[in-house]
Design a protein around this ligand. Structure first.
Ligand code: NAD
Ligand code: TYD
Length: 377
C-alpha cells in the first residue's frame, strides 16, 4: 500500500534509525524527513539512504504552524512519526524556553496542521496516524532500594544472564506523570496535547514512552558517546554526583523496531512503554565502556580508569528510571533483540570506526558549548 509518512527529527539520533528502517523496509512508502537541523540534526546520519527514490528531506521548524500546514498538505501526509525535539536534560536546565518552544509549541503546531488537513479530506481520520515518541522521564524518578542490584523480575527469553533491577517499582503505562526536569516537563506537556487531540477531536494518536537509547549516531553530549570519545582522546570523564544513578538502556535499533511495530499495529489512543529490561548504575556502565574502548584500542586493561572524574551533580538529578514494557511484549510480541554486552560492543566499535563523524561534530560550536558547560563543574 502506498503511504506518505512524515518523520520529524529524522536527522537526529533515533529519527535517523527510524528513517533508515522505513526507507529500506517499505519501498512503496514515501518517507518525508522533516528536520530543522539544530545542533543535534546531522544529515550525515542518513548518507546511505539520501538518494533513495522513496526518501525526501525538508528543512523546517515544527513550531512554524504555516510551514507545518504547507508540508502536511503538499506531501499528502497520512502518517506522522514525531521525534523532533530538544532532547538533552542538561541543556534544558540552562535554557528551558527553547524546550517549551520546540517540544510543546512545536508538537502543538504539528497536531493542528495534521488536524486541519485530515479533517479537510473526504475520508477524514480514516487510515491516519499521529504517533508521538516520548520518554520514560515523564514519570519522574524511582527510588533506588537495592543499591547492589538484584535479578530483574522481567527476565525474558532474549534476556542476557545479567539483567539487574535496583528497586521494586517500575514505570508502567498507568504510572502517574511526575516530571522533574524542564526537558521531561516539556515532553509530558506534549504527551498531554497529543492525547487531548484524540480525546477532543478524535485524532488517531499513539504515544510511546521509552527508556535511554544508545547506539550509533548519538550526539556526543549524551553519556555513552561522550565517554567513548573522551576515552579515545584521553579527556576526563565527568561523572555526576556519586555515579549511583540508574538508567535502563535500550539499543536504538530495537527502539526503531518497536516504533515500526507500534506505528502499524498499535491500538489507536493507546500508550506503550518501551524499555530494555536492562538497568545499570552509571558508574558500573562507565567501567564497561572503559573496558570495551581500551580493549578495542589495544590499550592495557584499566589504563583509562584514571580519567573518571567525579563532578558536581546535575541539578534535580533523577535517581532511577526503570521501565516495565511487558504490555508491548504481551500485545505485540516485541522484546529487545540484543544483550547489553553485545550492544555496547557494537556501539563502541561503531564510534571507533567512524572517528570522522565524531570529529566533525566535536569541532567548532560544540567544543565551545561543551567548554562553557563544564568550565564551572
Ligand atoms: P536528538 O536530539 O538526537 O534529535 C532531535 C532531532 O530533532 C534533531 O535532528 C533536531 O535537528 C530536530 N529538531 C529539534 N528541534 C526541532 C524543531 N524545532 N523543528 C524540527 N526539527 C527539530 O534526539 P533523539 O535522542 O534522537 O530523540 C528523538 C526523540 O525521542 C525525542 O522526542 C526524545 O524526546 C525521544 N526520546 C529519546 C530518548 C533517548 O534516549 N535519546 C529516549 C526516549 C525518548
Ligand atoms: P544522559 O545520557 O544525559 O541521559 P538522561 O539524562 O536523559 O538519562 O545521562 C545518562 C546518565 O548519565 C544520567 O544519570 C546523567 C549521567 N551523566 C554523567 O554522569 N556525566 C555526563 O557527562 C553525562 C552527559 C551524563
Amino acid at each position: 500500500m502506498r503511504r506518505n509518512i512524515l518523520v520529524t527529527g529524522g536527522a537526529g539520533f533515533i529519527g535517523s534509525h527510524v528513517v533508515r528502517l522505513f526507507v529500506n523496509k517499505y519501498p512503496d512508502y514515501r518517507i518525508v524527513n522533516l528536520d530543522k537541523l539544530t545542533y543535534a540534526g546531522n544529515l550525515a546520519n542518513l548518507k546511505d539512504v539520501e538518494n533513495r527514490a522513496n526518501y525526501t528531506f525538508v528543512k523546517a521548524d515544527i513550531a512554524d504552524l504555516d510551514e507545518m500546514r504547507r508540508i502536511v498538505g503538499t506531501y499528502e501526509i497520512d502518517g506522522i512519526i514525531h521525534l523532533a525535539a530538544e532532547s538533552h536534560v542538561d541543556r534544558s536546565i540552562k535554557d528551558p524556553f527553547t524546550f517549551a518552544r520546540t517540544n510543546v509549541m512545536g508538537t502543538l503546531a504539528l497536531l493542528q496542521a495534521a488536524k486541519e488537513y485530515w479533517e479537510s479530506l473526504p475520508e477524514g481520520y480514516d487510515g491516519k496516524r499521529f504517533y508521538h515518541i516520548s520518554t520514560d522521564e515523564v514519570y519522574g524518578a524511582l527510588e533506588l532500594t537495592d543499591p547492589e542490584g538484584v535479578e530483574s523480575p522481567f527476565s525474558t527469553t532474549a534476556s542476557s544472564e545479567r539483567r539487574n533491577a535496583y528497586g521494586t517499582e517500575f514505570f508502567k503505562e498507568t504510572t502517574r506523570y511526575n516530571p522533574h526536569s524542564p526537558y521531561s516537563a516539556s515532553k509530558a506537556s506534549s504527551d498531554h496535547f497529543v492525547r487531548a487531540y484524540h480525546d477532543t477531536y478524535g485524532m488517531p494518536t499513539l504515544v510511546t514512552n521509552c527508556s535511554n537509547n544508545y547506539g550509533p549516531y548519538q550526539f556526543p553530549e549524551k553519556l555513552i558517546p561522550l565517554f567513548i570519545n573522551n576515552i579515545r582522546r584521553g579527556k576526563p570523564l565527568p561523572v555526576y554526583g556519586k555515579g549511583e544513578n540508574v538508567r535502563d538502556w535500550l539499543f536504538v535499533e530495537d527502539h526503531a523496531r518497536a516504533i515500526d511495530l507500534i506505528f502499524h499495529r498499535g491500538k489507536v489512543a493507546d500508550t506503550y512503554n518501551i524499555g530494555g529490561f536492562n538497568e545499570w548504575k552509571n558508574i558500573d556502565l562507565i567501567k564497561v565502556i572503559i573496558e570495551t574502548v581500551d580493549r578495542l584500542l589495544g590499550n592495557p586493561k584499566g589504563c583509562s580508569e584514571h580519567l573518571i572524574t567525579y563532578v558536581a551533580d546535575r541539578q534535580g538529578h533523577d535517581m532511577r528510571y526503570a521501565i516495565d514494557s511487558r504490555k508491548l511484549q504481551a500485545e505485540l510480541g516485541w522484546e529487545p533483540s540484543l544483550q547489553f554486552e553485545e550492544g555496547i560492543e557494537k556501539t563502541v566499535r561503531w564510534y571507533l570506526d567512524h572517528q570522522e563523524w565524531m570529529d566533525d561534530i566535536v569541532s567548532g560550536d560544540y567544543e565551545r558549548y561543551y567548554g562553557e558547560m563544564y568550565a564551572n563543574r
